[in-house]
Design a protein around this ligand. Sequence first.
Ligand SMILES: *[C@@H]1O[C@H](CO)[C@@H](O)[C@H](O)[C@H]1NC(C)=O
Ligand SMILES: *[C@@H]1O[C@H](CO)[C@@H](O)[C@H](O)[C@H]1NC(C)=O
Ligand SMILES: *[C@@H]1O[C@H](CO)[C@@H](O)[C@H](O)[C@H]1NC(C)=O
Ligand SMILES: *[C@@H]1O[C@H](CO)[C@@H](O)[C@H](O)[C@H]1NC(C)=O
Ligand SMILES: *[C@@H]1O[C@H](CO)[C@@H](O)[C@H](O)[C@H]1NC(C)=O
Ligand SMILES: *[C@@H]1O[C@H](CO)[C@@H](O)[C@H](O)[C@H]1NC(C)=O
Ligand SMILES: *[C@@H]1O[C@H](CO)[C@@H](O)[C@H](O)[C@H]1NC(C)=O
Ligand SMILES: *[C@@H]1O[C@H](CO)[C@@H](O)[C@H](O)[C@H]1NC(C)=O
Length: 258
Amino acid sequence: MSKPLYSLFSLLIILVTCYADSSNTSSLCTPSVCGNVSIRYPFWMRSNTTVAGEYCGYPEFGIECSEGSKAVINLPRNKYYVTDINYEIHSITLIDIDVLGQSCPRARHNVTLDNLPLDFNSSLDLKLNFYFNCSSAPSSVEPIGCWEIRNDSRKSYVFPEGNESDHGSDWSCGDHVVVTVKHNEIDISTTTGLLNGFGDAMKKGFVLDWRRAVDCADCELSGGQCVYNQTTRQSTCICANGRFAAKSCKKGTLFLTC
Ligand SMILES: *[C@@H]1O[C@H](CO)[C@@H](O)[C@H](O)[C@H]1NC(C)=O
Ligand SMILES: *[C@@H]1O[C@H](CO)[C@@H](O)[C@H](O)[C@H]1NC(C)=O
Ligand SMILES: *[C@@H]1O[C@H](CO)[C@@H](O)[C@H](O)[C@H]1NC(C)=O
Ligand SMILES: *[C@@H]1O[C@H](CO)[C@@H](O)[C@H](O)[C@H]1NC(C)=O
Ligand SMILES: *[C@@H]1O[C@H](CO)[C@@H](O)[C@H](O)[C@H]1NC(C)=O
Ligand SMILES: *[C@@H]1O[C@H](CO)[C@@H](O)[C@H](O)[C@H]1NC(C)=O
Ligand SMILES: *[C@@H]1O[C@H](CO)[C@@H](O)[C@H](O)[C@H]1NC(C)=O
Ligand SMILES: *[C@@H]1O[C@H](CO)[C@@H](O)[C@H](O)[C@H]1NC(C)=O
């Protein structure tokens, strides 16, 4: 396709999209609150009543407000409570949904970020390695008492990331899960601090920072917000006044009023 023809074609697509979307987009993009967590771009409130397919924010950053007041986000392997979103420093605090309300919490999943624009916060987070149901382990290492099952010789252990290698390689365990906590919520300088403290630390959660999604950079830098159509799997840009732009709201780039 020649360049002018291609442009015309794109314009037509956008016009069609705009035409199809005569819904009240500004109401879809209204910030909301779930419990004490405020939810706004690039996060958005999942709800079964909004127009399907279009969201004001990053597609994976949908937040469900469960039981009316608990904010929950789905990461690739697991669900997490969201207890704080800091829009100034771009960080969120998450708690594994499996651990709250348990006296001896057991994480079942590694936190999986895949290709999401999320990273662990290297200055706040601490990783703990859990080994469950070990049939063999060096006898010098103290197991986690609260998981010992009567008449079962298998034990479970926890280490600050990397420290298990201090104890040799004679391990045979059923499950290995990496858990992230905030390092100021736990004293790992002693074994007792670690063994008695990991449960409370897990219930305080951990911190992830979010990055600008590559697809949305031009749009956000020009003052707009990304809108993602789940059907076409493409993002477009909403500028101030509800104008749609293909990529950016800057003057000189293509934008249309729907
Ligand atoms: C969009 O919805 C909001 C909130 O429901 C309302 O205040 C506003 O007037 C609507 N705008 C249009 C153009 O319908
Ligand atoms: C929407 O969600 C509410 C509460 O979560 C639920 O009671 C209702 O059945 C849902 N409706 C549909 C159409 O899924
Ligand atoms: C998403 O794109 C499809 C195909 O262009 C369109 O039919 C649909 O209306 C769009 N959804 C929204 C909410 O704009
Ligand atoms: C919101 O409430 C939860 C639980 O009550 C608490 O852990 C969290 O720190 C609160 N977040 C903010 C931002 O106040
Ligand atoms: C150990 O294995 C048993 C049986 O497979 C299971 O019921 C138990 O939950 C496991 N313990 C831990 C701490 O994962
Ligand atoms: C556990 O061990 C005790 C004593 O060693 C024994 O009496 C009991 O039957 C065992 N229970 C089970 C469930 O194996
Ligand atoms: C973990 O390993 C580091 C480096 O070997 C050491 O300085 C630290 O004290 C260890 N921590 C624990 C809790 O064993
Ligand atoms: C969690 O991650 C560790 C280290 O990457 C890996 O060895 C382990 O198998 C993973 N556990 C699960 C349950 O996926």
